[in-house]
Design a protein around this ligand. Structure first.
Ligand SMILES: NC(=O)c1ccc[n+]([C@@H]2O[C@H](COP(=O)([O-])OP(=O)(O)OC[C@H]3O[C@@H](n4cnc5c(N)ncnc54)[C@H](O)[C@@H]3O)[C@@H](O)[C@H]2O)c1
Length: 693
């Protein structure tokens, strides 16, 4: 037979070989089943060792087979586990690297387990809105105890094998030389009968009822929009209260329920969306990248400081430039203050803080940029200022250095044209706070080189961002869509809702922050400036003028102590303001608007579908590569609830036909021409299709 099945004395060594993580593909499951059959049929064999690679025993299901018939084709995971457990001869799992999900469930169906100390053990299914469906919820509590198992299943987080030394999960934990240790162990237990099966272990847990009640209360409060964690508790409770086979049946039933839940569908969409976003159609994998060993940041203000921190956290030195010493000192002090906050929370040591601060070279001179590999400017949002900056960069930076702008609204092609090397210019649009927010819009200019794109996409991973490529347009993907969402929120107030009703409805639906609280936090003046430009550029798109009335009164939000809400000194709680209520009433009277009662449903649908419609236009224009990219922008940069999957996925869940019907109704009722469905959306509805296909 092949090298995947070898005899070592009286022990059959069965190699799991499906790189990179030994995902339990149809081929791998077939291999396991036939290897066990072969071992049982061979009189020379007394025991079998299942072993993976150094990186992984098995990372679980093979994600490449997700949503294909192969995922559940026979031998499915249940069959494979059954064959292993029922083997006449002992099966020993030899575990190193990742042992997760179905991989751990496979190991638990073996009769013995030997692991290296640093093997990583996890049941991460909950992160995809499901639960371990191949016995994990029934077997893990039997070997590590109910509380530890529940923690692992509800959190999905990995635990090093060393932590389980002495538990029934591992018969032996070894520092290294896994195969030799497993062979020695196999020879020792080869003749022992009856065979040890995890299913036969009795769970003795006298306080079960009180414990599970407590778990339901805490987990319920922490994960209220997600059904999976609660089902995990029910499944583990069944492991305690029911015989093994009944527990397995319940687990299978819960698994089926969860797989069908919209929340799990949304989480899986986000999981694949994240992977898809890193791919650019015409930039093949393996495109040569440029080395980024030193980064320059211009402007140590709100964004520049946060941007610099990303690189410091990844151990990459940063040269930080400002125009005045005072601004430089202020920026550095803010970075230090941020790190000190993390230190106080115990998430950073003093040594790490010192190392990170030590990686910064503060400067007032462009000469310090001669050897940087990438520069990101975060100076004032003014094309004149950007022009000066890019001309200076063009003069001092070495050939091949990537020149990036953090602009939110300016034309990246114009900025690139300020240099003699537009191919090296790219937009890197971070979101505030830049050291926290996951999203990075990578703005691809008309001339941006492919290796520049490949480089920044790789770098984004290194600094733990979700990078999404956007073409050049006003506002790129995220802010361009936000504009239309905000526009609806204003109309809703004009027509009869209060700002707090709109905020409450959207927050209840799952948005991290209501739009009016968001404006007050970001500063109403920012949107005002953009709208003034829009009034000129898009005279046929109407806007409610209420927010302008507020801005004219100097009510910019938290920073002026009043905006849509009022604020008490030193506090951020948004308090509904009777003055604003009166202002709205007067405004309606003046405009002859008779207020009507608006339902929370209408609020949510008008706001979210405004995002969808603009997202569809962005797709048609090729600004975004795929619908899931648009969703990733909203999930990682705009507080869109992950369990809803994003504005495009939400439309898919409603169905494109229903979305178009709703939009047509809104157009009729409000007279707003924006509700004419984007041609792409109309086409999907006509053809009975969805964005996600
Ligand atoms: N604030 C946000 O939420 C946000 C989000 C994404 C992108 N942006 C973009 O980031 C950029 C910076 O915004 P910010 O909010 O950090 O502004 P900011 O005013 O907080 O900081 C700008 C900094 O740049 C410095 N500066 C100005 N001109 C300079 C020059 N010629 N050389 C060196 N330094 C100079 C200023 O001293 C100031 O410290 C803008 O392009 C903005 O559109 C902002």
């Amino acid at each position: 037979m092949s090298t995947l099945y070898e005899l070592r004395g009286e022990v059959a060594v069965v190699k799991l070989n499906n790189p990179p993580v030994n995902g339990l593909s149809h081929a791998l499951r077939t291999h396991v089943v036939s290897a066990i059959d072969a071992a049982n049929a061979d009189p020379k064999v007394k025991a079998t060792v299942l072993i993976g690679s150094e990186q992984a025993f098995s990372g679980g299901a093979d994600i490449r087979e997700f949503n294909t018939p192969k995922a559940f084709a026979e031998p499915n995971l249940h069959t494979a586990l059954g064959v292993v457990e029922a083997s006449d001869k002992p099966v020993i799992a030899a575990i190193s690297g990742a042992c997760m999900g179905g991989g751990l469930e496979l190991a638990l169906a073996c009769h013995y387990r030997v692991a290296t100390e640093d093997a990583q053990i996890a049941l991460p299914e909950v992160k995809l809105g499901i639960l371990p469906g191949a016995g994990g919820t029934q077997r893990l509590p039997r070997v590590v105890g109910v509380e530890t198992a529940l923690n692992m299943i509800v959190s999905g987080e990995p635990v090093p094998a060393k932590k389980f030394e002495g538990s029934a999960l591992f018969d032996q934990v070894v520092p290294g030389n896994l195969l030799e240790a497993a062979l020695e162990f196999a020879n020792r237990v080869a003749d022992k009968r009856p065979l040890k099966k995890v299913r036969d272990i009795k769970i003795d847990y006298p306080n079960a009822e009180a414990f599970f009640q407590f778990a339901r209360n805490t987990v319920g409060a922490m994960t209220k929009n997600y059904p999976a964690p609660k089902k995990c508790i029910d499944a583990v409770a069944a492991a305690v209260s029911k015989p093994f086979d009944e527990g397995i049946q319940l687990e299978a039933q819960y698994f089926q329920e969860l797989v069908q839940s919209p929340e799990s569908k949304a989480l899986r969409h986000a999981f694949f969306g994240e992977r898809a976003a890193s791919k650019i159609a015409d930039v093949p994998e393996g495109t040569k990248t440029r080395a980024i060993e030193k980064v320059g940041v211009i402007g140590a203000g709100l964004m520049g400081g946060g941007i610099a921190m990303n690189f410091l956290n990844a151990g990459i030195p940063v040269v930080l430039l400002e125009v005045k010493q005072e601004a430089l000192d202020k920026g550095l002090a803010q970075i230090r203050k941020n790190y000190e906050g993390t230190l106080k929370k115990g998430k950073l040591t003093q040594e790490q803080l010192d190392t990170r601060m030590g990686l910064i070279t503060p400067t007032l001179s462009y000469d310090s940029f001669q050897d940087v590999d990438l520069v990101i400017e975060a100076v004032f949002e003014d094309i004149g200022v950007k022009e000066k900056v890019f001309k200076q960069l063009d003069a001092v930076c070495k050939p091949g250095a990537i020149l990036a702008s953090n602009t939110s609204t300016l034309d990246m092609n114009k900025i690139a044209a300020f240099t003699k090397r537009p191919g090296d210019v790219v937009g890197l649009h971070f979101f505030s706070p830049a050291n926290v927010m996951k999203l990075l819009e990578v703005v691809r200019g008309a001339k941006t080189e492919k290796d520049v794109l490949a480089t920044v996409m790789g770098l984004a991973k290194k600094i733990k961002k979700t990078a999404v490529v956007s073409g050049v347009c006003d506002g790129f993907i995220g802010n361009r869509m936000l504009e239309l969402y905000m526009r609806q929120t204003q109309f809703l107030v004009e027509e009869g809702a209060t700002p707090w009703q709109v905020d409450r409805a959207l927050e209840k639906w799952g948005m991290a922050m209501g739009p009016f609280r968001m404006i007050d936090m970001a500063g109403g003046d920012i949107g005002w400036a953009i709208r003034k430009r829009r009034y000129q550029e898009q005279p046929d798109l109407s806007y409610a003028k209420l927010p302008d009335v507020l801005c004219e009164m100097g009510r910019f939000g938290q920073k002026t102590g009043a905006g849509w809400y009022k604020y008490e000194a030193g506090r951020r709680d948004a308090i509904p303001d009777p003055i604003v209520e009166r202002l709205i009433e007067d405004y309606r009277k003046e405009k002859g608007i008779k207020p009507r009662k608006i339902s929370d449903d209408e609020i949510v649908q008008r706001c979210i579908l405004a995002l969808t419609n603009e997202g569809a236009k962005i797709l048609e224009e090729g600004i975004a590569q795929r619908a899931s990219d648009v969703d990733m922008v909203y999930l990682t940069g705009y507080g869109f609830p992950v369990f809803r999957g994003g504005p495009m996925f939400y439309a898919d869940m409603l169905g494109s036909y229903n979305v178009v019907r709703l939009m047509t109704r809104f157009e009729k009722e409000t007279g707003d021409k924006y509700w004419k469905p984007a041609p792409l959306l109309q086409k999907l509805a006509d053809e009975g299709k969805s964005f996600s296909g």
